[in-house]
Write a protein that binds this ligand. Sequence first.
Ligand SMILES: NC(=O)CC[C@H](N)C(=O)O
Length: 363
Amino acid sequence: MMKKGYLLLESGQVFPGIRVGDSSSVMGEIVFNTSMTGYQEIMTDPSYAGQIMTFCYPLIGNYGINQQDNENAKIQMQGVLFSNLCELPSHYQSIKTVDQWLKQSGIPGLANIDTRAVVKAVRLSGTMKAAISDSPDFAQIDWNQPLPQDMVSQVSTDNIKVYEGSGPHVVLLDYGYKKSMLTALLDEGCKVTVVPYNTNSAAVAALHPDGVMLSNGPGDPAQLQDLFGEVKKITSSYPTLGICLGHQLIALAYGAKTGKLLFGHRGANHPVKEMVTGKVWMTSQNHSYVVAKDSVDSERFSISYLNVNDGSVEGLSHKKLPIETVQFHPEAHPGPDDTHPVFQRFIHMIKQSKGEVTHAVTY
Ligand SMILES: NC(=O)CC[C@H](N)C(=O)O
């Protein structure tokens, strides 16, 4: 029998639904994603740790869950909200339903939620605390309870992992990396060494990298200030690519500030303008925080990409050192991979620094 459940928002609204997945009650920060495809990739993106995620697209689960599309071994989000969740998927690669997967993973969800109304509430009040509960009683929730903190240490790897390749050696600092970032580097022939998020500059140097990449990850980048000093040392020593949280950390390490958007950018069609060419690319995004434009030291960095919708900073380029950063996700999954050349230009930058190529990067 279908069991009732409720989504409660800190702003006071209560939305009835049907319990799916695990039967636990949770609190998290409510966010929404507008992608029309890629629910398995979204649900396994570690940057959602601590959050309750709302799927705007009304039909989820139709092609089931397969063995290929996970971006991380686990679902890291606190909970998930659906409008219409498919119970009978149809796809030759499907091995289970979304509901079965959530149950096995211990993650609670709600289906039959009026997700359009939820998204309108979040757009109005911003990301806020939310709870998934068996009861609609607002007073039973301890709204003062702090949201999960220090999530990067929970989603990062504990040990070093090496992926062989014949090309440049890239050390990937793992703040909760998506598998597709690793795959993008391996597809370009790189050897990749994945290291824990708090690996210091001496330990990175001992691995003799040709370049370093700083991954995406959950939470507020400004709370990771203990890492800024080492991030600055590492990134000033090797050609660097920073993606999403990695981009934010590099900006902070060089003295810029970050702020929080009202409800963030989460979806697969966020337009960004590449400043060098004037071209607009469609990008995949998942973030709440942004680098404050006025805080960027223009002597050192140029803004390489801007968001077309709200003018926010989407990328930085160091004027002297080989450091490139992007707020969007060039690895896609889900979403368009039109910005995959970001990885190719990173590798070009590595080859330039080794003297293997002399011509300038092409756009
Ligand atoms: N995908 C990411 O790396 C997200 C970065 C950061 N947690 C934010 O929300 O802005």
